[in-house]
Design a protein around this ligand. Sequence first.
Ligand code: NAP
Length: 243
Amino acid sequence: MKVAGKVVIVTGASSGIGRATAILLTKKGAKVALTARSKNKLEDLSRDLPGSLVVAADISREKEAGQMVSLVARYFGRVDILVNNAGQGYDSPVEKTDLKKLQAIFDLNLLGPLVAMQKVIPLMRKQGGGVIVNISSGTSLMYLPNMGAYSGLKCTLNAISLTAREELKEDKISVSVVYPYITATDFEENTLKEDFEAEWEDNGREIPPSDSAKYAAQKILEAIVTEKAEIFAHEWMKNRKGT
Ligand SMILES: NC(=O)c1ccc[n+]([C@@H]2O[C@H](COP(=O)([O-])OP(=O)(O)OC[C@H]3O[C@@H](n4cnc5c(N)ncnc54)[C@H](OP(=O)(O)O)[C@@H]3O)[C@@H](O)[C@H]2O)c1
């Protein structure tokens, strides 16, 4: 889908990949609804993004995620593109995984995107089509120690996204998954963590350097424009199954 003139919702727009995506899509001529919890950060960003709208919402709460979509639709009269980007990490060995923290990242990383999808799908169907891009993670392609809960939820997001893609083909609604690689944002700092001894085993492999948020945003734009099912931050990630 071409981006110019389109109405886009970007969740998690107050920071990192979401912020860079909102900036890039505005440059490409989109009208962007900026959503996250930090209203002040969104308002600061909005001043530099002509045509943007600020909708402060906690996406992990079903009611707020739904209301956010309704508000955007009412303001702009339509929603063409949804970028489900808000998310948080959780580092913990399986043995120590705390159920309350698991529930919190479940609500944010899975329930929020699902509710937003369920709200935009009928709107997009009525409009004759749309694009949904869900931000997953390269970790969902691997079995990395201490990332079971986080990557497991991203795996579920992948499955829901690619299933919805099949279900919504006839409605001309494209659903894509973007797999970012390690990206230099506040993500690591914001990641929930248990207390454990991390033993990083790289098995002699070199770890490629992190990507920038701008680079990840380009990949999200690529998903919107090409409407491909899956976009990997790097080609080598496609075959990076396993540990
Ligand atoms: N950075 C990486 O290395 C990396 C790698 C692979 C995948 N990813 C994925 O990329 C996405 C973006 O991450 P990032 O790197 O940009 O991280 P980030 O800088 O920590 O940004 C996270 C965004 O999510 C928002 N958010 C958090 N909790 C929220 C809630 N309850 N309701 C609404 N918004 C909420 C935050 O805004 P507020 O705090 O203002 O609410 C912020 O805008 C995530 O889905 C992450 O899993 C990141």
